[in-house]
Write a protein that binds this ligand. Structure first.
Ligand code: FPP
Length: 250
């Protein structure tokens, strides 16, 4: 692919999901507390949110707090929540400038009231923005979302995948007017190669990209590398490539 085409005519808008791993190790390798890694992680979030639209990304889902993360030291959980609350408030204040719509996906019934207030205020302040749909996953579990949707559906005789996706978005509190979106590209930083219960249904045909880079070090240049790699992939969704199809038809 020619370099210039990457920015000028993106073939299709991308839903990018990121597992922002490596904050703790980044901090520990510098003799800092883990919370310093999360703080540096917020800076990386800001960099990537600003850069995303120039790479053809119109939806960005970030895994900020997994339902499994409740098992962490309450001090670390408290520090993370503090950073998240601040982020929701400060991003909402500048979101109009960057045309970013902010929402949270996941459970809301276990969140502290201050976090809920921060989420609701960011969602209502940015509801009219259309440039980038930024979804922050907080107290999110893909498996639990599927299970809750399945329970809801138990009395239905026939359920289409589209209807299931719609209900799944509902149980994770995705705003009603935002369509449920399949993930196109999933990036995981920090060197591990697993999904860790993130967007299991939505990632059915996602391209996966793993990098050793720790999240606080992740830059727009790293994102560009990942997008370049993604653009070079042959996404067939289970079909055969067009070239093979035309040969076998003749
Ligand atoms: C995983 O790294 C990362 C998290 C559990 C939290 C991610 C949160 C942020 C980047 C900051 C806040 C987010 C937003 C959207 C403002 P880890 O701590 O498990 O790292 P480790 O594997 O090195 O221990």
């Amino acid at each position: 692919m020619k370099e210039s085409t990457l920015y000028i005519v993106p073939p299709k808008q991308i839903h990018l999901a990121i597992l922002m791993d490596g904050n703790g190790r980044w901090a520990e390798s510098r003799g800092l507390p883990r919370s310093a890694g999360h703080r540096a992680g917020v800076e990386a979030v800001r960099r990537i949110v600003r850069a995303a639209p120039s790479f053809g990304i119109d939806a960005l889902t970030l895994f900020a707090f997994s339902s499994s993360n409740w098992q962490r030291d309450p001090q670390e959980v408290g520090a993370l929540f503090g950073l998240l609350e601040k982020f929701f408030f400060s991003e909402a204040a500048t979101a109009a400038q960057h045309d970013v719509r902010i929402s949270a996906i996941g459970r809301r019934d276990r969140l502290p009231s201050t976090m809920l207030a921060a989420i609701e205020s960011a969602e209502s302040a940015t509801a009219g923005n259309t440039g980038l749909d930024l979804r922050i996953a907080v107290d999110y579990s893909g498996r639990e979302a599927i299970l809750r949707t399945a329970c809801w559906m138990v009395s239905s005789t026939e359920v289409t995948q589209r209807e299931f996706s719609r209900r799944l978005a509902e149980v994770t509190h995705t705003p009603e007017d935002l369509p449920s979106r399949d993930v196109d590209l999933l990036i995981r930083t920090g060197g591990e190669q697993r999904l860790s219960d993130f967007l299991l249904w939505e990632c059915a045909y996602a391209e996966l990209y793993f990098t050793e880079r720790m999240w606080p070090d992740f830059t727009a240049a790293d994102l560009e590398l990942a997008i370049r790699d993604f653009r070079g992939r042959d996404r067939r969704f289970g079909a055969v490539p067009a070239s093979v199809a035309s040969v076998s038809a003749s």
